[in-house]
Write a protein that binds this ligand. Structure first.
Ligand code: NAI
Length: 212
């Protein structure tokens, strides 16, 4: 499969949506789908879909469409979902606990291996059989267990300190929930999740509608 380099971020951001819809189709035993049918389901134009998927190789066949399972498999590979990731949560408050309780990430190959906090009232409690550990154990835990991703759920004034600590110990991926722009070495990837930004977009769109 020939994959082009420098794929735009816009295309990459659309891939999880393709993955989600194709997963549903595969679960419903749909074997193949045309770009037109996929377009009706996903809401992207058929030409957009063809263009997007062409960035990663020659998936579709003229007159046949896409083989759902094959395309799903390829997209999972492109998204890196064909391997396992060890994750830990740092900060076991509201968000940290909610994420720890969400089992679906596990089915997507993100395995939760540890949860850490500084609050003595939380240390020792269990979430889904995983004991919340003292932050003092963090460095040793990362060194002993190959941790790929840290899910960062600490207050914003603690986020950079935790980031420095985990990246110093070899963590390369940070899923950051704290509302702060983290400084990281070049080989570390940070993906920020800001629910409030999404909410502000919603409020903008609601207000724009009222202007019409
Ligand atoms: P929380 O106060 O319930 O939990 C934070 C936890 O971090 C506490 O259990 C605290 O003991 C722990 N903690 C503090 N310093 C630590 C350290 N150095 N090492 C380990 N644990 C430490 O807060 P909540 O509501 O869970 O929010 C967590 C973060 O997410 C905050 O930065 C908040 O601003 C942010 N947030 C992000 C949202 C988003 O859309 N991304 C939405 C809401 C909050």
């Amino acid at each position: 499969m020939e994959r082009k380099k420098n794929i735009s971020m816009a295309v990459i951001k659309r891939l999880p949506k393709y993955y989600r819809y194709l997963n549903e189709l595969a679960k419903n035993d749909v074997d193949r789908i045309s770009s037109k049918e996929l377009s009706e389901k996903i809401g992207f134009t058929a030409s957009q879909i063809r263009q997007d998927l062409n960035c990663f190789g020659d998936f579709g066949q003229q007159g046949y469409g896409y083989n759902v399972k094959e395309l799903l498999y390829q997209i999972a590979g492109i998204l890196g979902l064909n391997k396992e990731y060890s994750t830990i949560i740092v900060g076991a408050g509201n968000i940290g606990q909610a994420i720890a309780n969400y089992t679906k990430f596990e089915r997507m190959s993100f395995n939760l291996k540890g949860i850490f906090d500084i609050n003595v009232k939380l240390i020792g409690l269990k979430i889904r059989d995983i004991e919340i550990q003292d932050i003092d154990n963090l460095e040793e835990f990362i060194r002993e267990n190959k941790v790929d991703i840290v899910i960062l759920c600490v207050p914003k004034n603690r986020a950079q300190g935790v980031t420095d600590l985990v990246t110093k110990n070899g963590v390369k991926g940070i899923w950051n929930f704290a509302p702060v722009d983290l400084k990281v070495p070049n080989d570390v990837i940070v993906e920020n999740v800001h629910l409030s930004e999404s909410l502000m977009t919603l409020s903008y769109l609601l207000n724009e509608q009222e202007l019409d």
